[in-house]
Design a protein around this ligand. Structure first.
Ligand code: C5P
Length: 235
């Protein structure tokens, strides 16, 4: 495999491979918060994210959601399909938390029915500003039809993952997704891990996600390992 680095992100590096249709994702032992202002080396984090995301993407694929994941090739590396990135972050919220609570001065924890869907324009320089559907269409980030597809996939993913986490006594509070174009289709890319979702224990209401790092509440690796153990059925 040739190892040309294509992109270095906060949590992952992306490399070309000999196959022009595939990329190698290398998960880093690093956590960042507050748009990269806080950055720490955390041994073991990369492999946990890689395993959790593979578990979830396998489950989604078995349930009709196409994802970029081909296979895990080591404990912290994945082979994925190369896609054309759609530069928006799609956030779905089932309960009030995080920036939504802050923005509207609301108490965390109340259910949002129907769930809230928000879009952010992916740009480190601009700090990922919020963007709405008409802006996405008018500046040609995605067509109306593509957005409809993204929204319906996001809602289906939410239903599937709420069911999955509910079996593990976890509430799926909110999450962020990214999508890419390949072969005239829109598929799920990036990762799904406690880095980009909020999971609350249904009994203790404790966070089992990156909020433990953002708020200095608990050890990140121990917390993410608990999520993986629950997913693998070893509560
Ligand atoms: O901070 P906020 O409440 O807007 O985050 C909503 C959800 O989206 C959280 O689960 C958070 O981890 C995720 N998120 C993310 N990447 C971002 C912004 C938010 O994964 N750049």
């Amino acid at each position: 495999m040739s190892n040309q680095l294509l992109y270095s992100g906060k949590a992952k590096d992306l490399f070309e491979t000999d196959n022009t249709e595939e990329l190698l994702v290398v998960y880093k032992d690093q956590a960042t918060a507050f748009n990269g202002v806080r950055k720490e080396k955390i041994p073991g984090k990369g492999s946990l994210n890689c395993k959790i995301s593979a578990f979830i993407y396998d489950y989604l694929q078995k349930n009709g959601i196409e994802t970029h994941l081909i296979k895990n090739v080591s404990d912290h590396e994945q082979l994925v399909k190369k896609t054309e990135l759609i530069p928006i972050e799609v956030v779905l919220r089932n309960k009030i938390a995080g920036s939504f609570a802050k923005k509207f001065a609301l108490t965390e924890g109340k259910s949002l029915n129907p769930p809230v869907i928000e879009y952010y324009f992916k740009s480190d320089e601009l700090g990922d500003p919020a963007i709405n559907e008409s802006q996405i269409e008018s500046i040609n980030i995605a067509t109306a039809e593509e957005l409809k597809n993204i929204k319906s996939q996001t809602l289906k993913i939410n239903d599937l993952l709420k069911t999955l986490f509910d079996k593990d006594d976890l509430d799926l509070v909110d999450f962020k997704l990214e999508f890419g174009r390949v072969d005239n289709k829109i598929i799920l890319i990036d990762e799904f891990s406690p880095d980009n979702c909020r999971l609350w224990d249904q009994t203790s209401h404790q966070s089992l996600d990156k909020d433990v790092f953002r708020k200095n509440e608990a050890d990140l690796v121990t917390t993410y390992q608990k999520v993986l153990n629950r997913l693998e059925g070893a509560k």
